[in-house]
Design a protein around this ligand. Sequence first.
Ligand code: NAG
Ligand code: NAG
Length: 212
Amino acid sequence: MLKLLCFSLFVYSASGYFTLPGKCPENVDVPNDFKLADFYGKWYQAYHYSSDGQMRNNCSQLTLDTKPSGIYLNQSRVDRGLFHRYSIAKINIPTRIEDAANMNIKFTFNDAPRRLKVRIYPFRVLATNYNYYATVYTCQYSPLINKHYIYVWILSRNPILNDVSLELAVKPLSKIGLTLKDIVKDDISNCSPKYYDDFENKPTTFNYPVPI
Ligand SMILES: *[C@@H]1O[C@H](CO)[C@@H](O)[C@H](O)[C@H]1NC(C)=O
Ligand SMILES: *[C@@H]1O[C@H](CO)[C@@H](O)[C@H](O)[C@H]1NC(C)=O
């Protein structure tokens, strides 16, 4: 009975997140000359697309840090104008050089049930010139309700992205059926949260443990 209830709750909440019918788009190709080392450092989320239409990842920054144990992605946001939140994932580096842009990121949730402790999500760099813009895409599929969720980051090295870079960043999105009018410009005028409180939390752009 409890299982059934949990299952219904999952389907109920997931149906607001996974809204696009069917599986993730196939053959979303990435550049074959991506250089991760040039991608390190801090990026601002200048524009984004979230297929569920939610705005839960405001004032977001992505930072790639190298540590002795690997390369980590720190994704931060400002929650309801009140708090800083961030999530740390480890980058799984593809073994083939041509696949370098086809990254996955791995979250470890130590307090989750064993089955859900480790979660891996795609993190694909569709385009970048390293110094100004980058377009990153993730897609997650729920076999349970046969729907998928897409999130796109249009990242910028500076808080404001110039128009030429924006145009280049949006170009590869045609592969997943998106154009300039589908993406949302991030409002960066209100990015100082009311309370100084900076701690780790689950990311809003990778919500459910889905099989890859
Ligand atoms: C992650 O990034 C945010 C925003 O730059 C920062 O406030 C936070 O301290 C960082 N967390 C870690 C563990 O580096
Ligand atoms: C994000 O920003 C929008 C408006 O800019 C606001 O309506 C929304 O509540 C914010 N969401 C969160 C989770 O901070």
